[in-house]
Design a protein around this ligand. Structure first.
Ligand SMILES: [Zn+2]
Length: 330
């Protein structure tokens, strides 16, 4: 069972929430903003469980009836808002699950908690429906809006919420977590940490995924051998990569880490700080053959590729353009 102690990093949010519980000054509404997989659901779940725990401490006891219900996501007074359409949370979703529900007193716990994941998907009408509740909330109501983008909320919503922001976790803490809690070996932990950029969920996903090593190897192989390939071979390589179920920008992250290693090695000759240090012989070879300008151009091309993906340019085309630059300059 999880407690606040199990949240890696996020000291500020943890201390805010624990103090609120201790001082009995729990707000009616919170916005928790942070990247996908940064742990918003995890920390909100622990907060909700603690609020409902029969022992009434600053951490959930994990043993009372309420905690057991919370842990199996079957607590009648902790509600996770669902939505009909995948792309948006509509006014009907909010009306049925929050507006028309808040007047009913909690079934067993002291609070009635509504957790809205991906709250940036709320339409303006849905936000206005929530706003009505926030204007005169019953004493027992706590609404938690979890979002990747709090800027998408109406100002009137934001002004009624306590806003907490997930912070990137330090590399040291993230590595400790992977090695100690998940028993990930040193080298792999370093790669995951570099890749995750302070995002715990992303680091864990990578570390636990069977596909991870395969994706990493496929990407690196393509980058390493693209100079000796013609375009049709490179395209076949891209198609093969697209079969893994990972976020397309993950490939760009792996290539970025690779070229940062090449640049670091070229500039300093040091090997201790390299992420892909198990690939040292290839890093050395690439560092020798590539100029600083060439590496800079590849890093620029990676930035462009990110922009293209985020503006929905097709994955194959984006990767082809990137690999052409790598072929020429990398
Ligand atoms: Zn409990």
């Amino acid at each position: 069972m999880a407690t606040f102690r199990d949240v890696v990093g996020q000291d500020q949010i943890k201390s805010h929430l624990k103090t609120a519980i201790k001082m009995k000054k729990v707000s009616h509404a919170y916005i928790i903003s942070g990247e996908r997989a940064s742990g918003k659901e995890f920390i909100s779940g622990i907060f909700a469980q603690t609020l409902q725990c029969e022992k009434g401490g600053e951490e959930p006891c994990g043993e009372c009836h309420s905690c057991k219900q919370a842990m199996t996501k079957s607590h009648p007074d902790i509600k996770f808002i669902t939505h009909e359409k995948p792309a948006s949370i509509g006014v009907d979703d909010i009306r049925e699950q929050i507006s028309e529900d808040v007047a009913i007193k909690p079934y067993s716990g002291p609070y009635k908690i509504y957790i809205v994941s991906e709250a940036e998907k709320m339409t303006v009408q849905a936000q206005n429906a929530i706003l009505k509740t926030l204007e005169e909330p019953p004493a027992y109501v706590v609404i938690m809006l979890l979002t990747t983008n709090s800027g998408s909320f109406l100002q009137t919503i934001r002004s009624r919420c306590v806003e907490l922001t997930m912070k990137p976790v330090s590399a040291k803490m993230l590595k400790e977590y992977l090695m100690e809690e998940l028993q990930i070996p040193d080298y792999k932990a370093d790669v995951c940490v570099a890749f995750a950029q302070g995002n715990v969920g992303k680091a864990r996903e990578m570390a636990m995924s069977d596909d991870f090593t395969a994706v990493q190897n496929a990407t690196l192989n393509l980058v390493k051998s693209v100079r000796d390939m013609d375009l049709s071979e490179a395209v076949a390589g891209i198609k093969a990569m697209a079969e893994y179920k990972v976020d397309p920008s993950d490939y760009l992250d792996i290539i970025s880490i690779w070229y940062r290693d090449v640049l670091l090695f070229k500039a300093t000759g040091e090997t201790d700080q390299l992420i892909f240090r198990e690939e040292l012989s290839t890093i050395r070879r690439v560092a020798q053959r590539s100029s600083y300008e060439g590496i800079e151009e590849v890093l620029e091309a990676l930035k462009k590729a990110r922009l293209r993906l985020s503006s929905n340019v097709n994955f194959d085309l984006t990767m082809e353009l990137l690999l052409l630059t790598i072929q020429e300059k990398g």
